[in-house]
Design a protein around this ligand. Structure first.
Ligand code: ATP
Ligand code: MG
Length: 200
């Protein structure tokens, strides 16, 4: 499985709908400082619901909505919205087809070679809302998380190595470092589920 394409719409510095292709093995993004390279990674973390513990660089979700006056702090319109879609190539069935079919309500199992995960954040005058979609069908974050866990992609995981992560790992205590190994080995997921079950 790999990311095939990322579609950013009104997200951070991407005021216009922008499609970014990704290649199977290796994709490099280059550009001047402040041109939006890290915002692309933030887009992936946002859409896949991986941002809780790894940290998108924004104080609140609504800061992720494109703000034309970002630099000079100009005021924004009443309803604002941002959307990011991650298009996954699942031709190798890394993600279980039946589970995708069940979660997305797709009729044909053949339809799930390509999986789209979309997240939208919407801000109204006095509140904000966040929605997830799997192949355009509205789902919960937990549906997305259960699916991605099959590919070893979890919010606590180290699929995305952020700036400063390496230094952080070096400075950890052995016990904390063991936690990372549990994550990577896939043990932590079950520990968390066990704990959650005990709480219920
Ligand atoms: P560097 O090479 O320094 O790491 P970069 O290419 O990674 O730069 P980013 O951090 O992705 O750059 O982009 C930063 C830019 O995104 C800043 O100019 C900032 O103003 C802009 N930006 C962040 N949030 C928003 C927003 N909500 N609306 C508009 N622009 C935004
Ligand atoms: Mg950067």
């Amino acid at each position: 499985m790999h990311i095939k394409e990322l579609v950013l719409d009104n997200f951070k510095s991407f005021g216009r709908k922008t499609r970014i292709p990704f290649y199977e093995d290796f994709t490099v993004v280059t550009g001047p400082n402040g041109s939006g390279k890290s915002n692309i990674i933030d887009g992936v973390l946002f859409a896949l619901g991986l941002a809780r513990t790894r940290g998108i660089r924004a104080e609140k979700l609504t800061d992720l909505i494109y703000n034309p006056g970002h630099e000079d702090g100009a005021s924004a319109p009443d309803t604002r919205e941002a959307e990011v879609t991650v298009v996954l190539d699942n031709a190798d069935a890394t993600l279980d087809r039946t589970q995708v079919v069940n979660a997305a309500g797709t009729e044909n199992v053949g339809d799930v070679d390509e999986i789209t995960i979309t997240r939208r954040v919407k801000e109204t005058e006095d509140n904000y809302y966040s929605y997830y979609y799997l192949n355009e069908r509205s789902v919960n974050l937990s549906d997305i998380q259960d699916l991605l866990a099959q590919a070893g992609v979890t919010p606590e995981g180290y699929n995305v190595v952020m700036q400063g992560d390496v230094t952080e790992i070096i400075q950890m205590t052995p016990y904390e470092r063991r936690g990372i190994i549990d994550e990577i080995a896939g043990v932590a997921e079950f520990d968390a589920k066990k704990e959650a079950a005990f709480e219920e």
